[in-house]
Write a protein that binds this ligand. Structure first.
Ligand SMILES: [Zn+2]
Length: 306
């Protein structure tokens, strides 16, 4: 029996057919940001007066003078001189590649004259992809990884980067690496976040925010920073990687490690150098792509967040 093919990505042909010109992009944006009809971005009035050419006028928040706004008012597309069609192409490219695309690749592909423009656009898009999924439940795997740092540390066992075994030792700081913690629900969503250190306090705080207390099982490795999960009453099982153990029945962290593998190949392979300051944006980008991996309308979902 043939399985239903998952199309969660527009092909080039589909993109061209859907967005033949700027007007088509404007109409698509309006339909996605205002599915119930155009509302004033300033006061929320539902009856702005249409002026044509993708502009409206609101008399409710400015009865005397009236307030004019366009389809891109209050979106990431505001304050740029790039047509919406360029933005849409950039978003399409960023979503189409599993590992992501660097601003340099985007600049070359789009034929932009300026790297700064490409860089700015990519970061605005990443900011729009930030999502807040529901708390994870079922079987959840929690783990951390480290990004960046000196090349000579790259082959070092990452556990060595946790900064010792004390609960408040800074992880990754000495090596210049930035810790990222993540939790993934099996067959579900991932939630990942840049953290200052891999301390018990921060890891427990992350789990409390990302994972439901009704979770059936949390799997971690033996890192002492996860010990407080037992005290907090979570059903918690540990896989002892240090003993060469990787799977024990349902207890493993292979799913989250799979996510880290995509993330790190992307960050190292496509972006080469990611500063700590912007790392949260890259994390958001990879999280969005992962959580929408089966979403047939990933492009529309992305546009709705812009
Ligand atoms: Zn208004």
């Amino acid at each position: 029996m043939p399985t239903k093919k998952r199309i969660h990505q527009l092909t080039v042909g589909q993109f061209e057919a859907a967005f033949p010109d700027e007007d088509a992009c404007c109409a698509y944006l309006v339909a996605h940001r205002w599915p119930e009809g155009v509302t004033c971005p300033r006061c929320g009035a539902t009856n702005p007066h249409a002026l044509g050419n993708w502009h409206w006028q609101c008399y409710q928040c400015a009865p005397q003078t009236s307030y004019r706004f366009s389809h891109i008012a209050g979106t990431i597309f505001e304050n740029t001189n790039k047509p919406l069609r360029d933005w849409f192409r950039v978003i399409h490219l960023m979503l189409a590649s599993k590992k992501g695309m660097s601003a340099l690749q985007i600049m070359r592909y789009m034929g932009f004259g300026s790297y700064k423009t490409a860089w700015y656009m990519c970061h605005r898009v990443r900011a729009a992809l930030i999502e807040h999924p529901e708390k994870l439940a079922g079987i959840v795997e929690v783990d951390e990884t480290f990004v960046g740092g000196k090349t000579r540390n790259r082959h070092k066992d990452r556990r060595g980067d946790r900064g010792g075994t004390g609960p408040n030792k800074p992880g990754g700081i000495g090596s210049g690496k930035t810790p990222v913690v993540g939790a993934v629900q099996r067959k579900g969503n991932v939630v990942a976040r840049v953290i200052a250190t891999v301390s018990t306090e921060l890891l427990t705080g992350f789990v409390k925010e990302a994972v439901s207390h009704k979770v059936s099982l949390i799997c971690t490795d033996q890192w002492s920073g996860y010990k407080r999960l037992d005290v907090e009453g979570y059903p918690h099982e540990v896989i002892h990687h240090n003993n060469g153990q990787y799977v024990n029945g349902v207890v493993h962290t292979n799913t989250i490690e799979g996510f880290w593998s995509i993330f790190k190949r992307g960050v190292v392979g496509s972006y080469h150098k990611v500063s700590r300051k912007y790392l949260p944006l890259y994390v958001a980008e990879f999280q969005f792509r992962y959580n929408n991996r089966a979403n047939e309308d990933i492009f529309g979902t992305a546009i709705s967040g812009c």
